[in-house]
Design a protein around this ligand. Structure first.
Ligand code: 2DT
Ligand code: MG
Length: 212
């Protein structure tokens, strides 16, 4: 029984552009931590499995139109509905690896006409603040070499360029910008080291609130 009662898990979020490798690297990290017997669970936002997530899915796949403010609030609600589960896990010592979070929420909506960053942040104020945001950076030309966009909503070059600008306005001290223009294995090794160093540093720190 080496773990103290207070030890909590780390909240680690991946953000970055399309094709930067977020989803692949989340999976690799979970595998690494499991192999090291470190309790870990993966989350992704939007979580399309809930009732709210199903509305978001039908919006993203262009089966349904939803007013821009309303869909922004649905994306936020989709995070809030998972917060109780996330907190229980963190407090029980499980590290969470999260594919997208409120930064995607703000960056995508604020890329639309008539939305300020400030307005977009409000619904997510008070979410558990990540201990670490791994921002995978990939130049648009390098991203384009990895494949074309699919046909979901938002998957267009000009819109994504605005999204990237917004991400850079949201950077905080607990972000690490990672150059993602390298092989999957090299990137996995780099991220693994950062995360293994981070986990012991949060053990006795309370979970803070995002943007407030
Ligand atoms: P995936 O391709 O990762 O499933 O994302 N998005 C995501 C938002 O507009 N707001 C949000 O709050 C989140 C989490 C980014 C699907 C798309 O949904 C966008 C891409
Ligand atoms: Mg996608």
């Amino acid at each position: 029984f080496s773990r103290r009662m207070m030890d909590r898990g780390a909240l680690i979020v991946f953000e970055g552009c399309d094709h930067s490798g977020k989803t692949t690297q989340c999976k690799r990290l979970v595998e690494l931590l499991e192999q090291k017997r470190i309790p870990v669970q993966q989350f992704r936002f939007p979580d399309r499995t809930t009732a709210i997530g199903q509305m978001i899915n039908s919006y993203l796949s262009n089966k349904q139109d939803i007013e821009d403010h309303a869909v922004h609030l649905l994306f936020s609600a989709n995070r809030w509905e998972l917060v109780p589960k996330m907190k229980v896990l963190l407090e029980a010592g499980t590290t969470l690896i999260v594919d997208r979070y409120a930064y995607s929420g703000v960056s995508f909506t604020a890329a639309k006409e008539g939305f300020s960053i400030d307005w977009c942040k409000q619904p997510d104020c008070g979410l558990p603040r990540p201990d670490l945001v791994l921002y995978l950076n990939l130049r648009p030309d390098a991203a384009a070499k990895r494949g074309n966009f699919g046909n979901e909503r938002y998957e267009q070059t000009d819109f994504q360029a605005k999204v990237m600008k917004n991400f850079h306005l949201l950077k905080e001290s607990y972000w690490k910008e990672i150059d993602a223009d390298k092989t999957e294995d090299d990137l996995a090794a780099e991220l693994g080291e950062i995360v293994l160093n981070c986990i012991p540093t949060v053990r006795e720190r309370p979970i803070e609130k995002l943007w407030c």
